[in-house]
Design a protein around this ligand. Structure first.
Ligand code: PLP
Length: 424
């Protein structure tokens, strides 16, 4: 068969874009060669509906081993008693948890999307806001941080069945122990969505949700630096609180409900090539090098925030504890959309983002979100973070001046020249 040059040329073009540019999108990262190799392997050819040892297809002996290794490594990495590595994405992981714990119309309490939450935490444009009855908590206007007393008040008033602790754009550590007190006070199930800071949590740099939250979901491709995908975990399995019994009359375990919610409830065949890539990424994450990487991500994010504040940029909450931050551009006379577009012309990739209490629409926004996970994988350190802030500022101050944007792109390309995507 003829090689599909049309697509391979585009893949090469994307490779060049990634190599020459500065990747500051907080949810992105660069995987290792071996993670990429597994993701592009013959495992993509295999159907394996079911779970290791209990499949609906023949010939699953090899993928059974692969999936079991992925599960075991994830358990070791996060200190979890239960792991399901099959969700195709973070959204699928959250869908499966809701499917296992809720019936349509049930109330859920999540982090407001416009304050830093995720679509799947109850947004009206997402299945989570259409199928369930969402109420929200958010950050304080003056401080940009969560006020746990207020979350308690909302929970007491609204009596949600499920509470979601976690965010897509929140730069502060989350107090999962406090969330558990709130959940227990109203008899709610507590789910942590650690998609963004999972890599830092795995290495003990941020608060650990596992002892406090009933269920923990994550993506595998952000700070965790694995292939695109999702995962569901529990620190400890427990009897389901919904009275769902087995044939012998005993209560079904939550693990059993979650497994059924993923398959057959929500997905068909698992992506065993991606599960192999997850296993490799978890193996990498278990090493000391990964701890050094996460410490550098944290140091780089702090350096970015410090340099931005020094240049008069408002960071929501004033700084960062993790890999990311939200920049409020309302004092800079530029929208998030214009900033994103100008930065892209200068080969710097960020995403526009609503800021808390934003008056602009989600298509325009007043902010941008940036993160340090990807640039740290490329080997950049604190000194380069200061250079990056100089470049961002040059773009934002001259966003309509094409000559300046081109000159900044040249500087970006020089900074990134001869750096592989993944520095071992
Ligand atoms: N949960 C959070 C907190 C996220 O930030 C994201 C992705 O950005 C997701 C879930 C969804 O992940 P995916 O894009 O893999 O569906």
């Amino acid at each position: 068969m003829q090689r599909d040059e049309q697509i391979f040329e585009l893949i090469q073009a994307e490779n060049e874009r990634q190599l020459h540019g500065l990747e500051l999108i907080a949810s992105e990262n660069f995987v290792s060669e071996q993670v990429m190799e597994a993701a592009g392997s013959v495992l993509t050819n295999k159907y394996a509906e079911g779970y290791p040892g209990k499949r609906y297809y023949g010939g699953c002996e090899v993928v059974d081993e692969v999936e079991q290794i992925a599960i075991d490594r994830a358990k070791a990495l996060f200190g979890a008693e239960y792991v399901n590595v099959q969700p195709h994405s973070g959204s699928q992981a959250n869908t499966a948890v809701y499917h296992a714990c809720l019936t349509p119309g049930d109330k859920i309490l999540g982090f407001d999307l416009s304050h830093g939450g995720h679509l799947t935490h109850g947004s009206p444009v997402n299945f989570s806001g259409k199928l369930y009855n969402p109420v929200f908590y958010g950050v304080e206007e003056e401080t940009g941080v969560l006020n746990y007393d207020k979350i308690q008040e909302i929970a007491t008033k609204e009596q949600p069945k499920l509470i979601i602790a976690g965010a897509s754009a929140y730069s502060r550590d989350i107090d999962f122990a406090r969330f558990r007190v709130i959940a227990d006070s109203v008899g709610a199930i507590l789910m942590a969505d650690i998609s963004h800071p999972a890599g830092m949590i795995a290495k003990g740099i941020l608060n650990d949700p596992m002892p406090h939250c009933h269920i923990v979901t994550t993506t595998t491709h952000k700070t965790l630096r694995g292939p695109r995908g999702g995962m569901i975990m529990m620190g400890k399995d427990f009897d389901n609180p919904f009275g769902i019994t087995l044939k012998d009359g005993s209560l079904r375990k939550m693990s059993s409900l979650l497994d059924s919610a993923v398959f057959p409830g929500n997905q068909g065949g698992p992506l065993e090539h991606i599960i192999a890539a997850k296993a490799i990424a978890f193996g990498e994450a278990l090493t000391d090098e990964f701890l050094h990487y996460q410490l550098q991500v944290k140091a780089n994010a702090a350096a970015l925030a410090k340099a931005l504040v020094a240049k008069g940029y408002n960071i929501i909450s004033g700084g960062t504890d993790n890999h990311c931050m939200l920049i409020d551009l309302r004092n800079k006379d530029i929208s998030g959309k214009d900033a994103e577009q100008a930065l892209v012309k200068a080969d710097i990739t960020v995403n526009k983002n609503m800021v808390p209490f934003d008056t602009r629409s989600p298509f325009v926004t007043s902010g941008i979100r940036i993160g340090a996970a990807a640039v740290t994988t490329r080997g950049l350190k604190e000194a380069e973070m200061e250079q990056i802030v100089e470049l961002i500022d040059e773009v934002i101050m001259n966003y309509q001046d094409e000559a300046v944007l081109e000159a900044v792109a040249d500087k970006v390309n020089a900074l990134m020249a001869d750096r592989p995507l993944f520095v071992a």
